[in-house]
Design a protein around this ligand. Structure first.
Ligand SMILES: *[C@@H]1O[C@H](CO)[C@@H](O)[C@H](O)[C@H]1NC(C)=O
Ligand SMILES: *[C@@H]1O[C@H](CO)[C@@H](O)[C@H](O)[C@H]1NC(C)=O
Ligand SMILES: *[C@@H]1O[C@H](CO)[C@@H](O)[C@H](O)[C@H]1NC(C)=O
Ligand SMILES: *[C@@H]1O[C@H](CO)[C@@H](O)[C@H](O)[C@H]1NC(C)=O
Ligand SMILES: *[C@@H]1O[C@H](CO)[C@@H](O)[C@H](O)[C@H]1NC(C)=O
Length: 134
């Protein structure tokens, strides 16, 4: 078999495998818009930042305990006074518990990349909206 044909066949097999993979993997949520308020920023490595990070990672776990994903809404808070963080999510009414959970988990991981220092953020996806504020 000539090498060219062989590598074409090889590429075709890779293509089949990868398209099957992307077909079965959960799709990332569809990003719509975000707002990072520029009027209040937090300091890197501050108590506010650590409260925010704790909330962003614990909220998906706590929401699943409290059935937030099946209701499509959950809010939580961390810290006190000036370092208090409020966080909430709202999933579109037709979202399954699973897709709501996947979207919120994804959104909470990604928000600090979109808004690295803002105390007040909103990110909209087609499936979910998340909000964090002081
Ligand atoms: C907050 O941070 C953003 C992005 O770094 C900056 O553009 C903005 O001026 C800052 N706002 C204040 C009030 O410091
Ligand atoms: C924040 O803390 C980390 C680890 O302690 C350190 O590497 C980093 O330089 C700090 N960043 C700022 C802006 O202080
Ligand atoms: C998550 O649940 C744990 C255990 O009930 C609780 O200690 C923690 O404060 C909760 N976190 C949030 C952000 O609600
Ligand atoms: C957030 O949850 C608390 C109870 O945990 C509730 O009192 C408060 O009204 C909620 N806030 C919003 C915006 O729903
Ligand atoms: C997260 O947000 C950034 C924008 O700040 C974007 O470039 C990136 O693709 C997003 N997704 C993931 C999976 O990190």
């Amino acid at each position: 078999m000539p090498p060219l044909k062989f590598s074409m066949l090889f590429l075709f097999v890779i293509y089949l495998l990868s398209s099957q993979f992307s077909f079965t993997a959960a799709a990332d949520p569809t990003y719509v818009h975000h707002v990072c308020s520029e009027t209040a920023n937090f300091t890197r490595n501050s108590t506010f930042e650590s409260n925010l990070n704790r909330l962003l990672t614990s909220l998906p776990t706590n929401a699943s305990r409290g059935n937030g994903f099946s209701r499509g809404f959950f809010n939580a808070t961390a810290g006190q006074d000036a370092n208090r963080v409020y966080s909430l999510f709202l999933c579109r009414g037709d979202q399954t518990t699973n897709s709501c959970q996947n979207c919120v988990t994804f959104a909470n991981r990604n928000v600090t990349r979109r808004c690295p220092v803002s105390k007040d953020t909103i990110v909209w996806y087609d499936e979910t909206e998340i909000r964090n504020r002081n």
